[in-house]
Design a protein around this ligand. Structure first.
Ligand SMILES: Cc1cc2nc3c(=O)[nH]c(=O)nc-3n(C[C@H](O)[C@H](O)[C@H](O)COP(=O)(O)OP(=O)(O)OC[C@H]3O[C@@H](n4cnc5c(N)ncnc54)[C@H](O)[C@@H]3O)c2cc1C
Length: 525
């Protein structure tokens, strides 16, 4: 049995495996020669005091070999002749649902409106260079969904460690670094994600599953409130539809697929408007964030680019930082021409000179009242209107509206904007023109408070780029707590972020697995 110990180390010490072995031996009162392996279990950074430290926990194996880590794909047996289950969307939820179905002895058939990872990359280049959005292939749509060109941070508020570790294990089996099993704040990085997603596709297809790219769900076939099938059409075709029979659908289309919400609403399938959050993405020089967080002039080469997490209650509204990307890029994440949506990503090394983060304000039904005629689509309409306003305000060319932080608080037009990481470019505007008044008011107060919590954060060197509007879904697709089926339509399984049950890669993956499990259970009964 290994002995588990904790060590508190300087950053340069934490990078020195030999030293870790020696210190482990000293703490256990044994000779370093008797240690066969020191295996890292957990690693976190403690930057509370002036001297930044790493806290690591390790398993020390004494005179015995460490077991090989078991990251195997062997559980994926061939299911090509098994009963098919339809999954709409190949985001983290869809992919993990597919893998779970294979494990349970069912054949997953994924319908995905976008292109495969490789072809999708060309559409991202067109967005950045020509400012043209392909409505089916962009930062949110295509193989791997919004997860593929995401930042790949793998934190979640889920408290079920077992579920989280399982997802991390599967990611490692498909090429992610084993570090994600150890780090307190695991991160994959945008440059590494596409290969991982391609490997997951190989596993699914290799086991006899199917993935149909460039294929859009266009309607449901329902009889007596029971799913009988779906209608799909090929992207770029003459709108002719093909019927696919099925009695179980996992609907994992993400929170950017407005057309899916419209389809449900049109078909009178119950949906509910829900609260969400929106605001701006803020960008500082990374060196400034490093100085503030690590209490130093320049960051040690043994420390990663620093991050932060801030929250403030302003009157009845929560204002909080969201999806902070150290060493990152602000991404143009719109899914239709005529709208601006920003998000953020970073490469695995987090080595860009910028630190960006969403700073968003909670909004709910009372904010959506101008759109009350839209019924349960009122939150969606509110979101769309702001995204369109941002497009026009930025100059109707995918340039994003932007303002320096202190200028924003002082209601002053910025005379210039420093270089930002947002490749399509920015235009200096008064953000009051873009965001609703309650959001503006809460943001102003919160940013000043953030500056008090993190000295140096409140600065005119920082730029606010609008609009960060896709933090979570403006619509919930209800489901039974136990069966996970839609309460009105048997065989319809609303899943993950688009249905309002997940917010991020890990929680979407977990929810995908849960829906797959419930379907397997139902069919086997
Ligand atoms: C730039 C960026 C950075 C991000 N960074 C992080 C991060 O660091 N950490 C994190 O946890 N989360 C991050 N996210 C969020 C994360 O990607 C999502 O939470 C997650 O992908 C949601 O998974 P999902 O499977 O529910 O939906 P999605 O990933 O949105 O997938 C839905 C899929 O459904 C497809 N689809 C939609 N409509 C149809 C239709 N009618 N027919 C067929 N297919 C359809 C879409 O093309 C898409 O592929 C980021 C997102 C972006 C855009």
């Amino acid at each position: 049995m290994p002995k588990t110990i904790e060590l508190v180390l300087l950053p340069e010490e934490a990078a020195n495996e030999l030293l870790i072995k020696e210190l482990s031996a000293r703490q256990l009162g044994i000779s370093p020669h008797s240690i066969s392996t020191v295996q890292l279990l957990k690693r976190s950074i403690d930057a509370r005091s002036k001297q930044v430290k790493f806290r690591i926990s390790v398993d020390v194996y004494i005179n015995e070999p460490a077991p090989d880590a078991i990251f195997s794909k062997e559980q994926y047996k061939n299911v090509s002749d098994k009963q098919p289950v339809i999954i709409i969307g190949s985001g983290p939820a869809g992919l993990f649902a597919a893998l779970k179905l294979i494990e349970s002895g069912f054949k997953p058939v994924i319908i995905e409106r976008g292109k495969n990872v490789r072809d999708r990359r060309r559409d991202l280049a067109i967005i950045n260079k020509q400012h043209i959005i392909n409505p089916n292939s962009n930062y949110c749509f295509g193989e791997g969904g919004a997860g593929t060109y995401s930042d790949g941070k793998l934190y979640t508020r889920s408290t079920k460690r077992g579920d989280v570790n399982r997802i991390l294990n599967i990611l490692v089996a498909h090429g992610a670094s084993k570090d994600i099993m150890i780090d307190a704040h695991p991160h994959i990085g945008t440059n590494k994600l596409p290969a991982l997603i391609e490997d997951m596709r190989q596993t699914i297809i290799g086991a006899g599953g199917e993935i149909h790219f460039n294929t859009i769900l266009s309607d449901f076939i329902i009889q007596n409130n029971v799913i009988k099938g779906i209608k799909v059409r090929s992207v770029g075709s003459d709108n002719s539809e093909i019927n696919i029979e099925t009695n179980a659908i996992i609907l994992a289309t993400g929170h950017s697929a407005s057309d899916v919400y419209e389809l449900l609403y049109r078909n009178k399938i119950l949906i509910q408007q829900k609260a969400f959050a929106l605001g701006i993405r803020i960008e500082h020089p990374q060196s400034l964030i490093d100085t503030i967080q690590y209490h130093c002039e320049t960051r040690s080469p043994y420390l990663p680019a620093a991050s932060y997490s801030l929250a403030e209650q302003v009157d009845s509204r929560g204002v909080y930082s969201f999806c902070m990307c150290p060493g990152g890029i602000i991404a143009p994440a719109a899914t239709a021409q005529g709208e601006i949506v920003v998000n953020g990503w970073s490469p695995s090394k987090r080595n860009n000179p910028f630190a960006n983060s969403g700073v968003v304000v909670s909004v709910d039904e009372k904010d959506f009242m101008d759109y009350k005629d839209a019924g349960d689509l009122m939150g969606l309409r509110y979101r769309e209107a702001i995204e369109r306003k941002a497009f026009i305000s930025g100059g109707s060319d995918l340039k994003a509206p932007a303002q320096r932080m202190v200028d924003f608080v002082n209601k002053k037009l910025s005379s210039n904007i420093p270089i930002t990481s947002y490749i399509p470019g920015v235009n200096s505007v008064l953000l009051d023109e873009v965001l609703p008044e309650p959001v503006i008011k809460s943001l102003r107060q919160a940013l000043v408070s953030f500056g008090k919590k993190m000295k140096g954060y409140y600065t005119n060197e920082a730029v606010l780029v609008a609009v960060e509007s896709r933090t979570s879904s403006p619509v919930r697709i209800p489901r039974d707590n136990d069966t996970l089926e839609h309460p009105q339509i048997k065989g319809l399984y609303p899943c993950a972020e688009g249905a309002g049950y997940a917010g991020g890669i890990i929680s979407a993956a977990i929810d995908g697995e849960r829906c797959a499990e419930k379907i397997a259970l139902r069919i086997k009964q």
